[in-house]
Ligand binder design. Structure first.
Ligand code: G4P
Length: 531
């Protein structure tokens, strides 16, 4: 009994998010370096050319020969068992990132100190706040010319709407990046670069009150630091972990992933601050992770054709409570049947690592014969719960999809359904008509290319895809109260439905959304639906 408690309480499961190029890959790699997973860190090549859903982890794996799955990377550090969830970098795959965040207990937001908050950071942040998960900020690239740290704090607060609390504070930047000041310990840590960031670096710490401070960092920097400390202590928010837990306040760290400056300090503080696996809401109440007698998990990602030779699908699930043992029998709640997670169905994505045992907080990849959908729950036979669905991010691109060869109706339908099940696209129909014409929605326009390509390659179906002029989608939340067919619309509005028959509206202009709300008192529209 006690062993589960120990195993679960040492787990830390988080995702790293960033605008492309802010340093997510570099920081991840450096965290691995400190975890001893790799001896020499180097930048991960090949990711720039990686297209579509090819995972960065695959590349790391190929390069470094370390064992990782394509979606999660597990390593140990100082008694913690760390799971870092991969989030794809390309903005057209941001929905994948949103779902991955559902499986995380916290997120680390990497910001480029020279650029501040960028477009993709804002988008990703929006979903973090939907979930109210704790967000930790790592302001990266302090070894380069950086913007004023106060200005960066203000920008985060203003653009993202979250309060900031610096845990440490940078002393200088660029060539003059002297180190960081730890506000709680009142200690300065300075760094000595070694092996150009290829190894853990030597650090030296001393009190901010040490008489030789001026000599060490220079009188000017000392004077500036003292002034800034006073300002920070007087004006910045207290580090209130309850507010952090709610996602109202983000602890901020400064450093440079490339040179390792501040990486270990960050890791140590972060692991103490972030929580062990948290309870998860289900339709039947909250499930506590520490339960020894009850295994539960939910699917947050489905990835097809990870192994081209086998054309398989892997369903990634987050274990929410209890323990997973190879060969255990579980109930697939949505499918209403029992399945055995045995040897053949329980491989990790790289096919080399078979997991015999895993615990709440861990992610496992299970072979999916086409039965799982995103958001599905698995529980062991003792009890049935259903995790709350994963919100669907509003698609911003729409297209009408037709098959060229109408003889291939079956493959067409199967292909479109399966790809939609993986969450890459969402499918809709005209209201009150059949499936003759499918309307496809995607968060990123690149998904349309992936769709047509995959339908041809995997299902041997040629399709025609005509983009539609709509950009905004709204779920009608109260169709029982407001009859969707009687809505007073605008000329650019279109009424559609999803496969469950839920009514939705498409618009070309945002102002039309407001106009329709005004014209139809009592109508409740929502930007987010549920699978
Ligand atoms: P991403 O995953 O968020 O897209 O970013 P990634 O880590 O790939 O970093 C993007 C670029 O920024 C890389 O340079 C990387 O070396 C650099 N970088 C990351 N962290 C730091 C840092 O702390 N300081 C500095 N100066 N640079 C940093 P690149 O030239 O695009 O690629 P590469 O050829 O170096 O791999």
């Amino acid at each position: 009994m006690a062993s589960n408690f120990n195993e679960i309480s040492k787990r830390r499961t988080f995702a790293i998010i960033s605008h492309p190029d802010a340093g997510k890959t570099t920081l991840t790699e450096k965290l691995l370096l400190y975890g001893g997973a790799i001896n020499l860190a180097g930048s991960v090549k090949g990711k720039k050319t990686a297209k579509f859903a090819v995972s960065d982890w695959m590349d790391i794996e190929k390069e470094r020969g370390i064992s990782v799955t394509s979606s999660v990377l597990q390593f140990s550090y100082e008694g913690y068992c760390i799971n870092i969830l991969d989030t794809p970098g390309h903005q057209d795959f941001s929905e994948d990132t949103y779902r991955t965040l559902m499986a995380a207990d916290s997120a680390v937001m990497v910001i480029d100190a020279g650029k501040g908050v960028e477009a993709q950071t804002r988008k990703l942040f929006k979903v973090c706040t939907l979930r109210h998960i704790p967000i930790f900020t790592f302001i990266n690239k302090m070894d380069r010319e950086a913007r004023d740290p106060f200005e960066l704090m203000d920008e985060i607060e203003e653009l993202l709407g979250i309060r900031t609390c610096p845990v440490n504070w940078p002393i200088g930047c660029g060539k003059n990046f002297k180190g960081v000041y730890d506000r709680r310990q009142r200690e300065i840590t300075s760094f000595h670069a070694s092996h150009a960031g290829m190894q853990e670096i030597a650090t030296e710490s001393w009190s901010v009150d040490a008489p030789e401070l001026g000599q060490r960092i220079g009188e000017d920097y000392k004077a500036q630091l003292m002034e800034e400390i006073e300002l920070l202590d007087g004006a910045s928010d207290e580090l209130d972990m309850e507010r952090v837990g709610r996602g109202d306040l983000t602890p901020v760290f400064f450093g440079s992933a490339l040179t390792n400056f501040g990486v270990e300090t960050f890791l140590e503080h972060f692991l103490k601050m972030t929580s062990a696996p948290l309870g998860r809401r289900t339709k039947q109440g909250e499930v506590q992770p520490m339960r020894d007698d009850f295994f539960s998990a939910f699917v947050f990602k489905i990835q097809a054709n990870m192994n081209r030779a086998h054309r398989d699908r892997i369903a990634f699930m987050r274990i929410c409570s209890g323990e997973y043992d190879a060969g255990m029998e579980v109930t697939h709640v949505q499918g209403g049947r029992k399945i055995r997670l045995n040897q053949s169905t329980q491989m990790m994505a790289d096919e080399r690592k078979i997991v015999e045992r895993a615990y709440a907080g861990d992610i496992i990849g299970v072979f999916d014969p086409g039965i799982f959908a995103i958001g599905d729950t698995l529980t062991d036979a003792r009890e049935t719960v259903e995790f709350e669905g994963i919100p669907t991010f509003a698609p911003e691109h729409f297209a009408r999809l037709r098959q060229v060869d109408t003889m291939k109706r079956k493959q067409f339908t199967k292909g479109v359904y399966q790809i939609a099940q993986e969450g890459a696209i969402q499918i809709f129909q005209e209201r009150n008509t059949g499936m003759e014409e499918i309307i496809v929605g995607a968060v990123g326009v690149l998904q349309f290319d992936v769709l047509t390509h995959r339908l041809k390659q995997e299902y041997n179906v040629e399709v025609r895809l005509d983009q539609l002029p709509y950009e905004y989608i709204r779920w009608i939340e109260n169709p029982q109260e407001v009859d969707p067919d009687r809505i007073q619309g605008t000329s650019d509005m279109k009424l559609i439905q999803n496969l469950k028959g839920d009514p939705l509206l498409l618009f070309s202009h945002e102002w039309s959304v407001r106009m329709v709300e005004d014209r139809n008192p009592g109508l409740k529209l929502s930007e987010f639906g549920r699978n």
